[in-house]
Each structure stands twice: as C-alpha cells, then as structure tokens.
Design a protein around this ligand. Structure first.
Ligand SMILES: CC(C)(COP(=O)(O)OP(=O)(O)OC[C@H]1O[C@@H](n2cnc3c(N)ncnc32)[C@H](O)[C@@H]1OP(=O)(O)O)[C@@H](O)C(=O)NCCC(=O)NCCS
Length: 191
C-alpha cells in the first residue's frame, strides 16, 4: 500500500469513494464476466441497511480502479448469541492487471481493515489454494457451519481477527443480498 503520489504503474490501495461506483462495476464485470450478478451484488450490499456499513477498498493504477474488494455484514449464529461478522466478497481484479499481486494486496488490506473494526471473524467462499496463503483457514475445521450445502467444504473459509474468542462457533447466516441475487455456493449446471 502506498500513500505518496503514485507512479503510472504503481498499485495504490485506498477506501472506495462514491465516484468510484461505476468503475467498480466495470472492474467486476471484467473480472467475473458481463453476465455475472456481482456488480449488482456490490450495489445491493451498499444500499441495504445493516448493523455494520459495508467497507470497500479499491486498487488503483495510474489513479484508475483496477481491483476492488468488499467487506459486508453477516451474522454468526453462535450458541451464546448472534455475532456480527464480515463477509469478504466480492474480490475482483481486471484481467489485464491480474497475477501482479493486486488481489493479494486487496485481501491483505481488507484483513487489516477488518481487524481495526473489532469484528472477530471474516468469512468467504473461495479457493483454499488462493486464500489459504493469505490469512484464511478452513472454517469447518474450526467448528463453523456453512450457510448452504452448495458451498464445497474446502471453499468455506474464515480469518480469525484479534477480537475472536473460542466460543464463537456456529452457523454463518449470510445477509439477504447474497440470497436475493443467488450469489451463495455453486448451482448444479445439470439441474
Ligand atoms: C482471484 C483474483 C482476484 C486474483 O487476483 P490477482 O491480482 O491475479 O491475484 P495475485 O496477483 O495476488 O495472485 C495471483 C495468484 O493467484 C492465483 N489465482 C488466481 N485465481 C485463482 C483461483 N481462482 N484459484 C486459485 N488460485 C488463483 C494465480 O494462479 C496466481 O498464482 P501464482 O502467483 O502462483 O501464479 C483474480 O484472478 C480475479 O479477479 N478473478 C476473477 C474473479 C474471482 O474469481 N474472484 C475471486 C472470487 S472468490
């Protein structure tokens, strides 16, 4: 992460601004494909009231957003009480800027930001090969249950923050935008 004036190829990570919204839609459309609901998911997460307002970070090159990550509120249904947690989703980097560490820089900055909020856990669905070396571990191995049977067990991952306590087990309950846009788990393409 840099704070000085960036050079034309330098990657800068910063909090998203209102004026980034169209560029962020473009980043995710390029990263996930133009028919994917992810750009709409980002907008819906921003416009849905939640106990924790979503946090978005953009990666810029030459001042232009080329990557974006979002943290949004969900709940953990723990035995003692409901716990506010973050879900890290989506993460997208424009194809022309992939494999240069932009995604890693966004995940690193998102976890640092999450830790500063005092929220104990960050969940996601994704490749354990990618996220396993970037601060995440198997959620089911730690006693967490996924919000859908359509999430492959290895994909269900969590990062424990400084505020985490061992009694915080239970089921992740996704916020409604993930269900409203059918962005949970994998659908059976044969069904
Ligand atoms: C996943 C993604 C964000 C990675 O961004 P990036 O800037 O290319 O990531 P980095 O440069 O930090 O890391 C690149 C490494 O990640 C690996 N990687 C990329 N996508 C991966 C995936 N889906 N599964 C496993 N590894 C992956 C690359 O092979 C590369 O490995 P290498 O360094 O050994 O060659 C980017 O590929 C992307 O936007 N993909 C499309 C959207 C997506 O799938 N988002 C994640 C949803 S959970």
């Amino acid at each position: 992460m840099t704070t000085d004036a960036p050079s034309s190829t330098e990657v800068t990570i910063r909090a998203e601004k209102t004026e980034d919204r169209l560029a962020v839609r473009r980043v995710h459309a390029l990263a996930f494909g133009h028919h994917d609901p992810v750009p709409d998911l980002v907008d819906l997460l921003r416009s849905t009231a939640a106990p924790l307002a979503p946090l978005g970070l953009v990666a810029t090159v030459g001042g232009e957003p080329v990557g974006h990550v979002m943290l949004s509120h969900s709940r953990l249904d723990a035995p003692r009480r409901l716990v506010n947690v973050w879900v890290l989703s989506p993460l997208g980097v424009e194809p022309d800027h992939q494999r240069r560490g932009v995604g890693t820089a966004l995940v690193t900055a998102a976890l640092k930001t999450a830790g500063l909020t005092g929220v104990p856990l960050v969940f996601l669905e994704g490749s354990p090969r990618y996220y396993g070396s970037r601060g995440f571990e198997s959620a089911s191995a730690l006693g967490f249950r996924a919000p859908s049977l359509r999430i492959p067990d290895p994909a269900f991952q969590v990062a424990r923050m400084p505020a985490y306590e061992p009694w915080m087990t239970g089921t992740l309950v996704y916020s409604d935008p993930f269900w409203a846009l059918d962005c949970v788990g994998l659908r059976d393409p044969q069904a």
